[in-house]
Write a new protein. Structure first.
Length: 375
């Protein structure tokens, strides 16, 4: 995976016009990088400037550091979080979310309806309400909502009439139905009643709708899924300690130089195995239009020699130690010295707009070399 990124950077950073062969390799490298990120084509940037939902931004900042590297690996149950805005744009408490961007191979884990509770209407007199009952229904037949089979209850609870803010309701069964049969998606209905289910006219509680309210308060469906993509079995951990094992070389050394002197190449081979910087800049790649965060990250890479005898600072495996001895003593033909490779990998997170301009948070395994060793 890191090798793919290395190839991409070597090609994408070439500023001068390139021959057709190099352009072909660059296109192939970009295609391979998209495969690493689980995409066939890069999503088109939003037609107009869009502010991502604050919930998704806050979730990204909770899960990852500024470079996207995972710092709290146990927060997300799966590896994908999708947000969808209501498509009805009506003042009524009917909501519709289009889930066509959810891939068939994604396992639905949890689905939540996020509604912003507005300040309640002021009611006077002895019948003043302090709580009301909010119910969320899956619409089964939109023209027969009052019939027995017209709707199915998903969630219900008492809500205070003294404050405003976000209310979250679990609606996982409905979303599972919709992803299995897209035609069954007739939306959601939300009702507000008094204690015990008594009618309230007008209802003292209202939720922000998709029309007439600020973008940050629009109804939203948040879907937690897992696409089954998993990385290698190298050791992983939480927030990585990104202190280098040895002094990192300047970032400019990452770009391959043509015609480097033999002495410089020899010096590279004499350097001990260590982790070195590898900057991935999404703007240089041409992805900054649809990726919200991060703007890029340091993937790091492993480079250097694994000379005999291997010290503990080389973090060798027992196998590498034996291989080093066999190579040094020439006990068997064709046995090379151990290689300098990552022995700890970390995941990164991307916050981005998909083709439908929904905001997605996705976690990708094995994207940052946490440390290097001789294997």
């Amino acid at each position: 995976m890191l090798g793919t990124v290395l190839l991409l950077l070597a090609l994408a950073r070439t500023a001068c016009p390139s021959p057709a062969g190099v352009e072909s390799r660059r296109a192939e490298a970009l295609k391979k990088l998209l495969e690493v990120f689980g995409m066939e084509d890069p999503p088109a940037p939003p037609a107009h400037f869009k502010q991502p939902p604050q919930y998704m931004v806050d979730l990204f900042n909770t899960v990852a550091n500024a470079d996207g590297v995972t710092k709290n690996p146990d927060i997300l149950e799966g590896n994908t979080v999708r947000s969808f805005l209501d498509k009805t744009q009506s003042e009524e408490m009917r909501f519709l979310f289009v889930l066509s961007s959810v891939a068939k191979n994604e396992k639905i884990l949890t689905a939540e309806l996020h509604l912003f509770r507005l300040w309640p209407r002021v009611t006077e007199g002895p019948k003043r309400q302090h709580f009301c009952q909010v119910s969320v229904y899956q619409v089964l037949e939109k023209d027969k909502l009052d019939a027995a089979g017209g709707k199915k209850l998903l969630a219900a609870r008492l809500v205070s009439l003294q404050t405003s803010g976000w209310e979250v309701f679990a609606i996982t069964p409905a979303v599972r139905d919709w992803t299995e049969d897209e035609s069954s998606n007739q939306g959601l209905l939300v009702t507000v009643q008094g204690l015990g289910g008594s009618p309230l006219d007008p209802p003292p509680l209202q939720f922000a709708s998709g029309r007439g309210h600020h973008e940050s308060k629009k109804p939203m469906l948040v879907l937690f899924t897992d696409d089954g993509r998993r990385g290698a079995s190298l050791p992983t951990a939480g927030f990585p300690d990104l202190k280098p094992q040895a002094p990192d070389l300047p970032a400019k050394m990452l770009v391959p130089k043509l015609g480097r002197s033999r002495s410089v190449r020899s010096l590279d081979r004499l350097q001990p195995c260590q982790r070195r910087p590898l900057s991935v800049d999404f703007e240089e790649i041409g992805w900054s239009g649809w990726i919200i965060s991060p703007r890029g990250y340091n993937a790091f890479h492993c480079k250097g020699s694994c000379p005999f005898p291997l010290g503990q600072n080389m973090r060798p495996t027992n196998h590498a130690t034996v291989q080093s001895i066999i190579n040094a003593l020439k006990l068997s033909e064709g046995v090379s010295s151990p290689c300098c490779v990552p022995d700890k990998l970390y995941s990164i997170n991307l916050l981005y707009f998909d083709d439908d301009e929904n905001v997605v948070l996705k976690q990708y395994d094995d994207m940052v070399a946490g440390s290097c060793g001789c294997h």
